[in-house]
Design a protein around this ligand. Structure first.
Ligand SMILES: Cc1ncc(COP(=O)(O)O)c(C=O)c1O
Length: 406
């Protein structure tokens, strides 16, 4: 029998699953996530809806993923059309959506070639492998990778090793060798660590998980000069900052400092899993056939979605929107704490260690927001946010902070 929409049984995806999701999740999904006590079923624009039909204003966008909001009709049509045409073919063959996305990313940036993958961690994994191969071609000792403390680069073994936070390392030792960590924004520490044995310096232009901490102009300028001096690759992890989030297409444009390699994921697919590692100069020519790859990477479905995201960003001027609404939101947030960040990537520093309580109170009030530490809230809404919705979010947040402080 051919499966049709009408003959799918409840056990394969119907009502039964929705009603038992909490129980089944608790019993059967590995316990890697501390879930919020809400089951989301639907999204529309900047709004999410739970099983009771309660709506939530989304100030998180699936952790900086749903860049064009939820259920954007142009994106959903592009995905549906591509699914009905060709979803997957493997990288043994050429496909139009992947080649087109590569061309558009290159035209929109300062890079020359792209490697596609499926997530931010994989994009950084590609950048790490690429820089090791690049370094070893110069000298067998040129394999060291410098990253910043408090950074976040993902959960695969090399990406988590690059992540400068011991709490993510300790259970998984032994880790791959060859990584050096320096305090973020500390130029002297960077100068002391980068040598001719360094193959790459990997930095987030704005540390995201670390609490929305922007790099200083001086720091990135100096990092570029140090990498040039020692023939090391400068890699920017733009998994969170890329694709319009900060009010420019790429955060490196905020600083006028162009890295050799840039990694992307999150907002690039608007919800479908896609990552990318872009490179220029020698770095762009480092990988040869067989050096790296992935079965799903850059498949027609995900690259068609990313092409649609780029269309929407341009048509609806969402990068500019992130800049203007982000500046407005930051101004409004200054009444609640000390905001920092760029565009629609904002950290709000509270004067009390109540951030987690605020997240819980906000959820009750109908606002989805996230905390990166005891005193820091992270605000990363869809790039489609309007000033009216920014006001609504600030009002809900004010109430949540008041409640949490009681
Ligand atoms: C800057 C940065 N790099 C890498 C990652 C890892 O991305 P993924 O979870 O898609 O592997 C994240 C995720 O939060 C991130 O913020």
């Amino acid at each position: 029998m051919t499966t049709t929409i009408n003959n799918i049984s409840p056990a394969s995806g119907g009502q039964e699953i929705a009603s038992d999701a909490k129980l089944w999740d608790q019993s059967h999904v590995m316990t890697t996530y501390a879930r919020q006590p809400v089951e989301l079923v639907r999204g529309e624009g900047c709004w999410l809806f739970d099983t009771d039909g309660k709506r939530y204003l989304d100030f998180l966008s699936g952790i900086a993923v749903c860049s064009v909001g939820h259920a954007h009709p142009y994106l959903t049509k592009a995905i549906a059309d591509q699914a009905a045409t060709l979803m997957h073919a493997s990288n043994l063959y050429l496909t139009q959506p992947q080649a087109r996305l590569a061309r558009r990313l290159i035209e929109l940036s300062d890079f020359e070639r792209v490697f596609f993958c499926n997530s931010g961690a994989e994009a950084n994994e590609a950048a790490i492998k690429l820089s090791r191969k690049y370094g070893r071609a110069i000298s067998e000792r040129k394999v060291r990778i410098v990253t910043a403390t408090n950074s976040f680069h993902g959960r695969t073994l090399a990406a988590v090793t690059a992540t400068g936070q011991p709490k993510y390392h300790d259970p998984f030792a032994p880790l791959p060798p060859g990584f050096d960590y320096v305090p973020f924004n500390d130029i002297e520490a960077l100068e002391a660590i980068v040598t001719d044995d360094t193959c790459a310096v990997l930095l987030e232009p704005i540390q995201g998980e670390g609490g929305v901490i922007p790099a200083t102009q001086e720091y990135l300028t100096k990092a570029r000069a140090l990498c040039d001096k020692h023939k090391a690759l400068l890699i920017f992890d733009e998994v969170q900052t890329g694709v319009g989030r900060t009010g420019k297409m790429w955060a490196y444009q905020q600083y006028g400092v162009t890295p050799d390699v840039m990694t992307l994921a999150k907002g690039l697919g608007g919800g479908v899993p896609i990552g990318a590692c872009l490179a220029r100069g020698a770095a762009a020519e480092t990988f040869k056939p067989g050096d790296h790859g992935s079965t799903f990477a850059g498949n027609p479905l995900c690259t068609a979605a990313a092409n649609a995201i780029l269309d929407i960003l341009a048509d609806e001027r969402l990068t500019q929107n992130a800049a203007t609404v982000g500046a407005y939101l930051k101004e409004r947030l200054a009444t609640l704490g000390a905001p920092r960040g760029m565009g629609l990537m904002i950290g709000l520093e509270l004067d009390k260690p109540i951030a987690k309580k605020v997240v819980a109170e906000a959820l009750v009030l109908g606002l989805i927001i996230n905390a990166t530490g005891d005193t820091t809230l992270r605000i990363i809404p869809p790039l489609t946010l309007t000033k009216e919705l920014a006001d609504e979010g600030v009002n809900l947040l004010r109430q949540a902070i008041e409640k949490a402080a009681e």
